[in-house]
Design a protein around this ligand. Structure first.
Ligand SMILES: NC(=O)c1ccc[n+]([C@@H]2O[C@H](COP(=O)([O-])OP(=O)(O)OC[C@H]3O[C@@H](n4cnc5c(N)ncnc54)[C@H](OP(=O)(O)O)[C@@H]3O)[C@@H](O)[C@H]2O)c1
Length: 241
Protein backbone atom coordinates (compact mmCIF):
# COMPACT_ATOMS: atom_id res chain seq x y z
CA UNK A 1 0.00 0.00 0.00
CA UNK A 2 1.35 3.44 -0.93
CA UNK A 3 2.32 5.55 2.07
CA UNK A 4 0.58 8.96 1.93
CA UNK A 5 2.98 11.85 1.45
CA UNK A 6 3.27 14.60 4.03
CA UNK A 7 2.58 18.19 2.97
CA UNK A 8 6.34 18.90 3.14
CA UNK A 9 7.09 15.97 0.83
CA UNK A 10 4.53 17.13 -1.75
CA UNK A 11 5.86 20.69 -1.78
CA UNK A 12 9.43 19.42 -1.96
CA UNK A 13 8.71 17.30 -5.02
CA UNK A 14 6.91 20.14 -6.79
CA UNK A 15 9.92 22.41 -6.33
CA UNK A 16 12.73 19.92 -6.77
CA UNK A 17 13.44 21.03 -10.32
CA UNK A 18 14.46 24.62 -9.51
CA UNK A 19 18.06 24.39 -10.54
CA UNK A 20 19.30 27.73 -11.78
CA UNK A 21 20.01 29.13 -8.38
CA UNK A 22 23.20 30.07 -6.64
CA UNK A 23 23.97 29.65 -2.97
CA UNK A 24 26.83 30.17 -0.55
CA UNK A 25 27.70 28.25 2.59
CA UNK A 26 29.47 29.70 5.61
CA UNK A 27 31.01 27.01 7.81
CA UNK A 28 31.18 24.25 5.19
CA UNK A 29 34.18 22.73 6.98
CA UNK A 30 32.15 22.17 10.16
CA UNK A 31 30.07 19.20 11.20
CA UNK A 32 26.74 20.51 9.90
CA UNK A 33 28.28 22.47 7.04
CA UNK A 34 30.04 19.48 5.50
CA UNK A 35 26.82 17.45 5.60
CA UNK A 36 24.97 20.38 4.06
CA UNK A 37 27.49 20.61 1.24
CA UNK A 38 27.20 16.87 0.63
CA UNK A 39 23.40 17.09 0.59
CA UNK A 40 23.32 20.07 -1.76
CA UNK A 41 25.68 18.39 -4.20
CA UNK A 42 23.67 15.17 -4.01
CA UNK A 43 20.35 16.92 -4.61
CA UNK A 44 21.86 19.10 -7.39
CA UNK A 45 19.43 21.87 -6.67
CA UNK A 46 21.88 24.72 -7.15
CA UNK A 47 23.77 25.51 -10.31
CA UNK A 48 26.55 27.24 -8.33
CA UNK A 49 27.69 26.63 -4.77
CA UNK A 50 30.21 28.99 -3.15
CA UNK A 51 31.99 28.02 0.04
CA UNK A 52 33.07 31.05 2.02
CA UNK A 53 35.54 30.21 4.76
CA UNK A 54 38.86 31.03 6.34
CA UNK A 55 40.67 28.14 4.64
CA UNK A 56 40.50 26.15 1.46
CA UNK A 57 38.93 22.71 1.77
CA UNK A 58 40.06 19.51 0.19
CA UNK A 59 36.97 18.40 -1.71
CA UNK A 60 38.43 15.20 -3.06
CA UNK A 61 35.78 12.54 -3.53
CA UNK A 62 32.91 14.99 -3.86
CA UNK A 63 31.23 15.86 -7.15
CA UNK A 64 32.33 19.45 -7.05
CA UNK A 65 32.43 20.86 -10.56
CA UNK A 66 29.98 23.62 -9.63
CA UNK A 67 31.67 24.47 -6.32
CA UNK A 68 33.71 27.65 -5.92
CA UNK A 69 35.82 28.32 -2.84
CA UNK A 70 36.41 31.81 -1.49
CA UNK A 71 38.98 32.12 1.27
CA UNK A 72 38.29 35.24 3.32
CA UNK A 73 39.58 37.07 6.39
CA UNK A 74 36.52 37.46 8.63
CA UNK A 75 38.22 40.38 10.39
CA UNK A 76 38.32 42.23 7.07
CA UNK A 77 35.20 40.88 5.45
CA UNK A 78 34.42 44.04 3.46
CA UNK A 79 37.49 43.25 1.36
CA UNK A 80 35.71 40.07 0.23
CA UNK A 81 32.33 41.65 -0.47
CA UNK A 82 32.40 40.29 -4.00
CA UNK A 83 32.24 36.71 -2.68
CA UNK A 84 28.78 37.48 -1.34
CA UNK A 85 27.38 38.88 -4.56
CA UNK A 86 24.77 37.25 -6.74
CA UNK A 87 23.52 34.45 -4.52
CA UNK A 88 19.87 33.52 -4.15
CA UNK A 89 20.32 31.65 -0.90
CA UNK A 90 22.88 31.94 1.93
CA UNK A 91 23.40 29.14 4.42
CA UNK A 92 25.19 29.80 7.69
CA UNK A 93 26.59 26.97 9.83
CA UNK A 94 29.40 29.09 11.26
CA UNK A 95 30.25 29.01 14.93
CA UNK A 96 32.81 28.37 17.60
CA UNK A 97 32.68 27.64 21.32
CA UNK A 98 33.52 29.65 24.40
CA UNK A 99 36.07 26.99 25.38
CA UNK A 100 37.86 27.39 22.09
CA UNK A 101 37.67 31.13 21.51
CA UNK A 102 36.95 32.64 24.95
CA UNK A 103 33.80 34.62 25.70
CA UNK A 104 34.70 37.60 23.50
CA UNK A 105 35.93 35.38 20.68
CA UNK A 106 32.76 33.35 20.77
CA UNK A 107 30.60 36.48 20.43
CA UNK A 108 32.88 37.81 17.71
CA UNK A 109 32.42 34.68 15.58
CA UNK A 110 28.87 33.56 16.38
CA UNK A 111 27.33 37.03 16.33
CA UNK A 112 29.59 39.62 14.67
CA UNK A 113 31.06 37.53 11.83
CA UNK A 114 27.65 36.09 11.04
CA UNK A 115 25.95 39.49 11.09
CA UNK A 116 28.67 41.04 8.90
CA UNK A 117 28.42 38.19 6.39
CA UNK A 118 24.63 38.53 6.32
CA UNK A 119 24.92 42.29 5.65
CA UNK A 120 27.24 41.68 2.71
CA UNK A 121 24.94 38.95 1.41
CA UNK A 122 21.92 41.24 1.61
CA UNK A 123 23.83 44.02 -0.17
CA UNK A 124 24.88 41.44 -2.78
CA UNK A 125 21.28 40.54 -3.62
CA UNK A 126 20.70 37.44 -1.49
CA UNK A 127 17.00 36.91 -0.93
CA UNK A 128 16.90 33.98 1.48
CA UNK A 129 19.22 33.64 4.47
CA UNK A 130 19.18 30.34 6.39
CA UNK A 131 20.82 30.44 9.81
CA UNK A 132 21.75 27.50 12.02
CA UNK A 133 21.11 28.98 15.45
CA UNK A 134 20.32 26.91 18.55
CA UNK A 135 17.50 25.57 20.66
CA UNK A 136 16.78 28.10 23.41
CA UNK A 137 18.23 31.10 21.54
CA UNK A 138 17.06 34.16 23.42
CA UNK A 139 18.57 37.65 23.43
CA UNK A 140 17.44 38.20 27.02
CA UNK A 141 18.97 34.98 28.37
CA UNK A 142 21.55 35.23 31.15
CA UNK A 143 23.55 32.47 29.41
CA UNK A 144 26.13 33.85 27.01
CA UNK A 145 25.58 31.10 24.44
CA UNK A 146 21.80 31.46 24.21
CA UNK A 147 21.96 35.27 24.43
CA UNK A 148 24.48 35.48 21.61
CA UNK A 149 22.38 33.18 19.43
CA UNK A 150 19.28 35.29 20.17
CA UNK A 151 21.17 38.50 19.38
CA UNK A 152 22.41 37.26 16.04
CA UNK A 153 18.91 36.11 15.11
CA UNK A 154 17.55 39.59 15.92
CA UNK A 155 20.30 41.40 14.07
CA UNK A 156 19.78 39.37 10.93
CA UNK A 157 16.03 39.76 11.15
CA UNK A 158 16.58 43.54 11.18
CA UNK A 159 18.31 43.27 7.78
CA UNK A 160 14.94 42.33 6.27
CA UNK A 161 15.82 39.57 3.87
CA UNK A 162 12.87 38.58 1.66
CA UNK A 163 12.99 35.39 3.69
CA UNK A 164 14.92 34.53 6.84
CA UNK A 165 14.83 30.95 8.15
CA UNK A 166 16.10 30.25 11.63
CA UNK A 167 16.99 26.69 12.54
CA UNK A 168 17.09 25.96 16.25
CA UNK A 169 18.47 22.45 16.61
CA UNK A 170 19.05 20.82 19.98
CA UNK A 171 22.30 18.93 20.72
CA UNK A 172 23.94 17.94 17.45
CA UNK A 173 24.73 14.26 17.05
CA UNK A 174 27.76 13.49 14.90
CA UNK A 175 31.20 11.92 15.12
CA UNK A 176 32.96 15.16 15.93
CA UNK A 177 36.69 15.16 15.19
CA UNK A 178 37.42 17.96 17.62
CA UNK A 179 37.41 16.98 21.31
CA UNK A 180 34.86 18.95 23.36
CA UNK A 181 34.53 17.06 26.68
CA UNK A 182 31.24 18.63 27.88
CA UNK A 183 29.62 18.20 24.50
CA UNK A 184 31.01 14.67 24.19
CA UNK A 185 29.27 13.71 27.44
CA UNK A 186 26.02 15.44 26.39
CA UNK A 187 26.15 13.60 23.08
CA UNK A 188 26.54 10.24 24.82
CA UNK A 189 23.58 10.92 27.09
CA UNK A 190 21.39 12.46 24.38
CA UNK A 191 22.41 9.71 21.99
CA UNK A 192 20.81 7.22 24.37
CA UNK A 193 17.74 9.41 24.92
CA UNK A 194 17.44 9.76 21.15
CA UNK A 195 17.11 6.02 20.83
CA UNK A 196 13.76 6.19 22.64
CA UNK A 197 12.70 9.79 21.89
CA UNK A 198 14.40 10.73 18.61
CA UNK A 199 13.13 14.31 18.36
CA UNK A 200 13.37 15.28 22.03
CA UNK A 201 16.77 16.77 22.90
CA UNK A 202 19.08 16.03 19.99
CA UNK A 203 19.35 15.77 16.26
CA UNK A 204 21.90 14.29 13.85
CA UNK A 205 23.81 16.86 11.78
CA UNK A 206 22.76 14.89 8.69
CA UNK A 207 19.10 15.61 9.49
CA UNK A 208 19.75 19.32 10.07
CA UNK A 209 21.63 19.49 6.77
CA UNK A 210 18.87 17.73 4.86
CA UNK A 211 16.26 20.00 6.37
CA UNK A 212 18.26 23.13 5.45
CA UNK A 213 18.73 21.91 1.87
CA UNK A 214 15.05 20.95 1.60
CA UNK A 215 13.79 24.25 2.96
CA UNK A 216 15.88 26.22 0.49
CA UNK A 217 13.84 24.93 -2.44
CA UNK A 218 10.44 25.15 -0.78
CA UNK A 219 8.35 28.33 -0.82
CA UNK A 220 7.71 30.02 2.50
CA UNK A 221 4.57 28.87 4.25
CA UNK A 222 1.89 31.59 4.32
CA UNK A 223 4.40 33.97 2.69
CA UNK A 224 6.18 34.36 6.01
CA UNK A 225 9.29 36.53 5.91
CA UNK A 226 10.74 35.01 9.06
CA UNK A 227 10.30 31.38 10.01
CA UNK A 228 11.66 29.58 13.05
CA UNK A 229 12.18 25.83 12.94
CA UNK A 230 12.47 24.19 16.31
CA UNK A 231 14.04 20.76 16.79
CA UNK A 232 10.93 18.66 16.03
CA UNK A 233 10.17 20.63 12.85
CA UNK A 234 13.77 20.17 11.69
CA UNK A 235 13.48 16.43 12.25
CA UNK A 236 10.27 16.31 10.19
CA UNK A 237 11.63 18.38 7.32
CA UNK A 238 14.98 16.57 7.33
CA UNK A 239 13.22 13.30 6.75
CA UNK A 240 11.14 14.54 3.78
CA UNK A 241 12.50 13.35 0.46
N1 LIG B 1 27.19 21.59 18.97
C1 LIG B 1 25.89 21.53 19.20
O1 LIG B 1 25.36 20.57 19.83
C2 LIG B 1 25.00 22.62 18.65
C3 LIG B 1 23.64 22.60 18.96
C4 LIG B 1 22.81 23.57 18.39
C5 LIG B 1 23.35 24.56 17.56
N2 LIG B 1 24.70 24.58 17.31
C6 LIG B 1 25.21 25.64 16.43
O2 LIG B 1 25.19 25.15 15.10
C7 LIG B 1 26.23 25.79 14.33
C8 LIG B 1 27.06 24.72 13.61
O3 LIG B 1 27.62 23.86 14.59
P1 LIG B 1 28.65 22.72 14.15
O4 LIG B 1 28.93 21.95 15.38
O5 LIG B 1 28.15 22.06 12.92
O6 LIG B 1 29.91 23.63 13.77
P2 LIG B 1 31.48 23.24 13.85
O7 LIG B 1 31.67 21.81 13.49
O8 LIG B 1 32.02 23.72 15.13
O9 LIG B 1 32.04 24.13 12.64
C9 LIG B 1 32.06 25.52 12.75
C10 LIG B 1 32.41 26.20 11.46
O10 LIG B 1 32.69 27.57 11.76
C11 LIG B 1 34.00 27.90 11.30
N3 LIG B 1 34.70 28.77 12.26
C12 LIG B 1 34.86 28.57 13.58
N4 LIG B 1 35.61 29.57 14.11
C13 LIG B 1 35.91 30.39 13.09
C14 LIG B 1 36.66 31.61 13.00
N5 LIG B 1 37.26 32.15 14.06
N6 LIG B 1 36.76 32.18 11.79
C15 LIG B 1 36.17 31.64 10.71
N7 LIG B 1 35.46 30.49 10.71
C16 LIG B 1 35.33 29.88 11.91
C17 LIG B 1 34.75 26.57 11.23
O11 LIG B 1 35.82 26.72 10.31
P3 LIG B 1 37.23 25.90 10.51
O12 LIG B 1 36.92 24.51 10.02
O13 LIG B 1 38.16 26.65 9.66
O14 LIG B 1 37.53 25.94 11.98
C18 LIG B 1 33.64 25.63 10.76
O15 LIG B 1 33.47 25.73 9.35
C19 LIG B 1 27.02 26.64 15.31
O16 LIG B 1 26.62 27.96 15.21
C20 LIG B 1 26.64 26.06 16.68
O17 LIG B 1 26.72 27.02 17.71
C21 LIG B 1 25.52 23.62 17.83
Amino acid sequence: MAVPKSEDQKILQEHSQEKNKSCFILGASGETGKELLREILKQQKFSRVTLIGRRKLNLEGLLYSNVVQEVVDFEKLDESAVAFQGHDVGFCCLGTSRAKAGADGFVRVDRDYVEHAAKLAKAGGCRHFILESSKGADSSSSFLYLRTKGEVENRIQALEFDRFSIFRPAVLLCDRQEIRPGEWMARKVFGMVAYFFPTFMSIPTTTVAQAMANLAVMPAKDRQKVEVLENAAIHALGQSK
